[in-house]
Ligand binder design. Structure first.
Ligand code: ZN
Length: 95
């Protein structure tokens, strides 16, 4: 019996076990990120397309996630530098 995982495996050339491993890692990362009390990243100049590891939970997030998180944190009254040291030095408001 063939399922959608077999179709993806055929399309990508990855094995079912590789796909299951990738899915499990993505789910574990989502659980780490969702369970973090407050993300904190190394900071400094951001690199387009890079991913960043939270120093608190170990979850890995891309630029869009980090920027959105910081925007929400600031909207709730937080200071961006608490999440990403030097954030305002490397990213001007609205940029
Ligand atoms: Zn975190």
């Amino acid at each position: 019996m063939s399922d959608s995982l077999d179709k993806i495996a055929g399309f990508t050339g990855l094995s079912r076990s590789d796909l299951l491993e990738i899915a499990a890692a993505a789910k574990a990362n989502s659980v780490r990120l969702a369970g973090c009390k407050r993300h904190r990243f190394v900071g400094g100049k951001a690199t387009l397309g890079a991913k960043y590891d939270c120093l608190e939970c170990g979850g890995r997030a891309d630029n869009g996630y980090v920027y959105g998180y910081i925007a929400g944190y600031e909207a709730a009254g937080g200071v961006a530098d608490d999440i990403w040291p030097g954030y305002r030095d490397v990213r001007s408001p609205g940029a």
